[in-house]
Design a protein around this ligand. Structure first.
Ligand code: ZN
Length: 182
């Protein structure tokens, strides 16, 4: 018994009907995932796990929560978000059914099960917000408004004169609109 995701089963093994619940947290020694978002080393993985003794082995089910970090796939802004995933898997006794997971002596090791579930649940195309407009293909700046009239990014001085005109026109238009409404 010396892995961070090991859980003891000696008290319930081969006693169908017995059940144990474990709530625990594991700080990761290495990052999980290879995509543009990952669960970083040092991040904590929180687990709420139920172990049920069944005839074939130990049925493991529960919830895993952590946080991922990375970059928006459109605008490259740093992002972080929670990840929550359900797990359920039978750890069979050795020599029993063909399964990916086996009860090992007096414990089950959840690491591969939990890591694979978390990594698979990470977004393949993460975005900072659902309607992220990405980067302007010409300037490389992040697009904030589809109209472009309310850009909060610093304006290139060569464009500032034009921006003033645009603002004046915009103000005039809004005054006109107000008049028409009243
Ligand atoms: Zn974005």
């Amino acid at each position: 018994m010396n892995g961070p995701f090991f859980l003891p089963v000696h008290d319930i093994a081969r006693k169908p009907g017995e059940m144990r619940e474990h709530n625990f947290s594991v700080p990761l020694k290495e990052k999980w995932g290879e995509g543009i978002v990952v669960v970083e080393a040092g991040e904590t993985v929180d687990l709420e796990v139920r172990l049920e003794s069944v005839h074939e082995g130990i049925l493991v089910s529960g919830t895993v929560e952590s946080d991922y970090i990375g970059q928006c796939g459109r605008c490259l802004t740093d992002i972080s978000a929670p990840v929550e995933v359900e797990i359920q898997e039978l750890f069979a006794y050795p020599g029993q059914e063909e399964t990916d997971f086996e009860v090992q002596d007096d414990h089950v090791d959840l690491e591969t099960l939990v890591r694979d579930a978390v990594v698979l649940s990470l977004p393949f195309q993460p975005v900072c917000q659902p309607d992220c407009l990405g980067l302007d293909p010409k300037t490389g700046e992040k697009l904030t408004e589809s109209t472009g009239t309310e850009s909060v990014a610093p304006i290139d001085p060569r464009w500032s004169a034009l921006q003033q005109i645009t603002d004046q026109v915009g103000a005039a238009e809004s005054r006109t609109a107000e008049k028409e409404e009243s």
